[in-house]
Design a protein around this ligand. Structure first.
Ligand SMILES: Nc1nc2c(ncn2[C@@H]2O[C@H](COP(=O)(O)OP(=O)(O)OP(=O)(O)O)[C@@H](O)[C@H]2O)c(=O)[nH]1
Ligand SMILES: [Mg+2]
Length: 418
């Protein structure tokens, strides 16, 4: 039998181009969210690739598959298709809880901050019930204001970045003004290990209006404003308002929605319970579904049945889903502007050279061109790119064609993979 790890392993490496960090103070439900999001659907649960390292895992972006529209039966390779839903593997990191002062090394501060270096986007898990204080200790629900947690996390990450830069800042500023090098390149070099790119630096310049050729004239406040803007660009963040099953969460949820963030209400505990039940075949449930079907009521205790019905009534019917999958999808679609594209070789059968129908789906940033996609698939395909054919209209497109979400595309190249 084919091992899913072997089949998916190579391909999945490539869809891991983005890393999602699960962050927040202690005890908000980060690990619960992470476990739920990375628990493999039943079909592949036996394969041991959900955990890369203890706190690294593979979760999924959920999208309606194109196979129904094209009226074909698919045979996915780099992803899964369950009843018309494509699940595309993406990588997560569950970060250690962060406490105030972490940037100065308090708590597990340094460890946490080191973990988010490579993250491309962050899901900030907030205890919306206000039942944990600023250090994550339990308190009465409603007692702590979760809005404070948003400010605190922003501050910690900004100060951490500022601290990394601060040591070299006077030297960087002087070098720029001696016209030896431009500030963009210096910052790009210094911050590359933090997944910070030139585009982030350029946008921070635009937002702050600071003079990039006179950095010695920046005040301490200017410097922090700049770093804060870089943070917002390089580590875009959404709020997962967790523990919405606790009644006190409702009021806070409305208040959180007034902040300048995308807010995804969720109940990580419910998602974990549903995925575990689905893994055992007790219920039919796909990550992100708005409902579930109980398969074997006789195998469930009265308590389990009651718990499942409570999740259905209190969470799924009220919120539309548990919110966990929604948060993950939103991170990819709205924070990272990713779209899905399906490359095929044989346009008539929508298959690859092995006859697999709609084998792969790639998550790429909006703005990716046909040729860039070819390069993402493999270098030779990009180098030898001649043209591509878009499957819906059967239209030929050139290298500069900007891919649309759900495009199915066949790339014609002068070079084949060696
Ligand atoms: N009511 C409720 N409790 C939850 C939910 N999600 C998590 N919890 C509980 O919150 C507590 C902390 O959960 P964890 O997932 O360990 O939290 P964490 O943020 O990873 O904590 P640290 O690793 O210590 O930073 C546990 O008791 C969970 O059962 C939820 O959706 N609702
Ligand atoms: Mg944890």
């Amino acid at each position: 039998m084919v091992n899913a790890r072997e089949v998916l392993g190579f391909q999945m490496q490539k869809s891991y181009s983005k890393l999602l960090g699960i962050v927040g103070k202690p005890n908000t439900g980060k690990s619960t969210f992470f476990s739920a999001a990375t628990l493999a659907p039943a079909e592949i649960a036996n394969y041991p690739f959900t955990t890369i390292k203890p706190n690294r895992g593979v979760g999924y972006v959920r999208t309606p598959c194109v196979h129904e529209e094209f009226n074909v039966k698919d045979n996915p390779g780099n992803s899964l298709c369950m009843e018309g839903i494509r699940l595309i593997p993406v990588e997560f990191i569950d970060c250690a809880g962060l406490v105030p002062g972490a940037w100065q090394g308090r708590g597990l501060g340094n460890q946490f901050l080191d973990e988010i270096r490579k993250a491309d986007a962050l899901i900030h898990i907030i205890d919306a019930s206000g039942g944990t204080d600023s250090e994550g200790r339990l308190c009465k629900p409603g007692e702590h204001d979760p809005l404070e947690d948003v400010k605190f996390l922003e501050h910690e990450i900004t100060m951490w970045m500022a601290n990394i830069l601060k040591r070299d800042w006077p030297k960087i500023a002087r070098t720029v003004e001696a016209e030896a090098k431009d500030l963009y390149s210096m910052l790009e070099e210094r911050l590359s290990g933090l997944a910070i790119r030139r585009s982030h630096i350029l946008e921070a310049e635009r937002r702050t209006g600071l003079n990039m050729s006179k950095p010695t004239s920046w005040s301490e406040d200017d410097f922090l404003r700049f770093v804060d803007a870089v943070r917002q660009m390089a580590k875009p963040m959404l709020i997962a308002a967790n523990k919405i099953d606790v009644p006190e969460a409702q009021k806070n949820l409305e208040r959180l929605k007034k902040l300048n963030y995308i807010v995804a209400p969720c109940c990580a505990e419910a998602e974990l319970a549903l995925r575990r039940a689905a893994e055992k075949g007790l219920i039919d449930y796909k990550p992100g579904d708005c409902n579930f079907k109980i398969n074997h009521p006789e195998k469930l205790s009265e308590g389990q049945l009651k718990a499942l019905e409570t999740i259905r009534e209190k969470i799924l019917l009220n919120n539309g889903s548990t919110g966990v999958q929604e948060a993950v999808n939103t991170a990819f679609v709205k924070l990272l502007n990713m779209i899905t594209v399906y490359p095929v070789e044989d346009l008539e059968h929508l298959s690859d050279h092995n006859g697999r129908v709609l084998p792969d789906v790639y998550l790429v940033p909006y703005g990716t061109t046909a040729r860039q996609l070819a390069y993402i698939i493999h270098t030779e395909l990009g180098e030898g790119f001649i043209y591509a054919v878009e499957a819906r209209e059967k239209k030929r497109v050139g290298e500069d064609y900007i891919l649309k979400d759900r495009d199915v595309l066949s790339i014609v190249s002068a070079k084949k993979r060696a």
